[in-house]
Design a protein around this ligand. Structure first.
Ligand code: SF4
Length: 308
C-alpha cells in the first residue's frame, strides 16, 4: 500500500459533498448530515469485524481473512444474503480511530488481509482509517470486496491503496439489474469498473499460496439464467484476460424480498450450475476455481483448479 497523505484524504472527502462517490451520483451533502440512496451519512458504520474462514482459499489461508462488514450498500438486491446489514443498516457508528484499531486487531490476530466488505459508500472514511493504521504498522494486503457498481473516478483515487479487488459481476442485462438490484446502468458501469481494477492490479498473484495482489471476480449464478452468465464471461475473456480468476458461485437462495419474484424464488438447479461452468470453460476462463457441485445443497467447499 502506498503512503496515504492528508491531501489524498481531502480529495476523497470532497466527493461526499455533493456525493458522487459512486455511480448513483446522489448529490446529497453527506458532510452536513444528509443521507444518500445507499443510506450512508458521514460517520462510518460497521456491522462486525472478525477472522473469516468462508472466503476464497487464497484469502483465507490458515489464519483467515480479516473481514470488516460495513453497513449500507449502493445496490439494493432483492435477494441480498446480508440484507440486515446492507439494506436495513444494521451496525454501529465507529470513529476512524476505532476503525483503524479493528484493522490492526485483525492483523495482530494473524489474518492474511484486511477484507473490506461493501466498502463503496465509505471509501473516504476507510482510507482515513487505513492512514491511521498504516502509521501504526498495518502492512497486510487490503481487499476491496464490492458489488461492482463503482465509479471509475473513485477507483482511480484508490490506485496504490487497494491490493486485491474482489468485485461481483452480477448481471449483463440492465433490465435484470434494475429489477433485482434497483440500478439502471449496471452493465456499462461494471465493465468500466472491472477494466480500471484490472489496469491497477492485474491478475491474481499468490505468495506461498496466499493472495498478495490482483483481481478476483465473483459471479453468482441466478435461476433461469437471469445473471446473464454468458455475456459476463465473454466480456472477461475478451476484454480483460483469460487468466482472470472467476469464482462461479452456486449458493444462491431466495432470501429477503426474493419471494416476491417467482422466477428467482428457488435455488439454482444442478444443470444451471453446470451450464455456467461449461460457459466458463468455453471461454478458457478455467485458470481459477469453481465450487463443487455438491455445494448447491450444502455448505460451500471450493474446489481449486490448477494455479499458474
Ligand atoms: S455513495 Fe451513497 S450517497 Fe454517495 S452517490 Fe453513492 S448511493 Fe449516493
Amino acid at each position: 500500500m502506498k503512503k496515504i497523505t492528508q491531501e489524498l484524504i481531502d480529495r476523497f472527502y470532497d466527493l461526499l459533498s455533493p456525493c458522487r462517490l459512486c455511480p448513483r451520483n446522489c448529490g446529497v451533502d453527506r458532510i452536513n448530515g444528509e443521507l444518500g440512496n445507499c443510506g450512508a451519512g458521514l460517520e462510518v458504520k460497521v456491522a462486525s469485524y472478525h477472522q473469516h474462514f468462508g472466503e476464497e482459499p487464497p484469502l483465507v489461508g490458515r489464519s483467515g481473512s480479516g473481514t470488516i462488514f460495513f453497513s449500507h450498500c449502493n445496490l439494493h438486491c432483492v435477494f441480498c444474503q446480508n440484507y440486515e446489514i446492507s439494506q436495513l443498516g444494521q451496525g454501529q457508528r465507529v470513529s476512524l480511530e476505532e476503525l483503524a484499531q479493528y484493522m490492526l486487531d485483525l492483523q495482530n490476530s494473524g489474518c492474511h488481509n484486511i477484507n473490506l466488505v461493501t466498502p463503496t459508500p465509505w471509501v473516504p472514511q476507510i482510507v482515513s482509517g487505513l492512514k491511521i493504521a498504516q502509521e501504526r504498522g498495518l502492512h497486510i494486503p487490503v481487499v476491496y470486496n464490492c458489488g461492482g457498481y463503482e465509479a471509475v473516478s473513485t477507483l482511480k483515487l484508490l490506485d496504490g491503496i487497494i491490493d486485491i479487488y474482489m468485485p461481483d459481476i452480477k448481471y449483463s442485462d440492465d433490465q435484470c439489474a434494475e429489477k433485482y438490484s434497483k440500478v439502471k446502468n449496471y452493465w456499462s458501469v461494471v465493465r468500466s469498473a472491472l477494466k480500471e481494477m484490472y489496469y491497477q492490479v492485474g491478475n491474481l498473484k499468490l505468495s506461498r499460496g496466499i493472495a498478495a495482489s490482483g483481481l478476483l471476480i465473483r459471479h453468482l449464478v441466478l435461476p433461469n439464467q437471469l445473471a446473464g452468465t454468458k455475456e459476463c464471461f465473454k466480456f472477461i475473456a475478451e476484454n480483460l484476460s483469460i487468466k482472470i480468476v472467476v469464482n462461479v458461485m452456486a449458493q444462491y437462495y431466495p432470501t429477503f424480498n426474493a419471494h416476491k419474484y417467482p422466477e428467482i424464488n428457488r435455488r439454482i438447479t444442478l444443470s444451471e450450475y453446470r451450464a455456467a461452468i461449461d460457459i466458463l470453460k468455453s471461454y478458457g476462463l478455467d485458470a481459477g476455481f469453481q465450487q463443487t457441485i455438491d455445494t448447491l445443497y450444502r455448505k460451500a467447499i471450493p474446489e481449486w483448479g490448477e494455479w499458474s
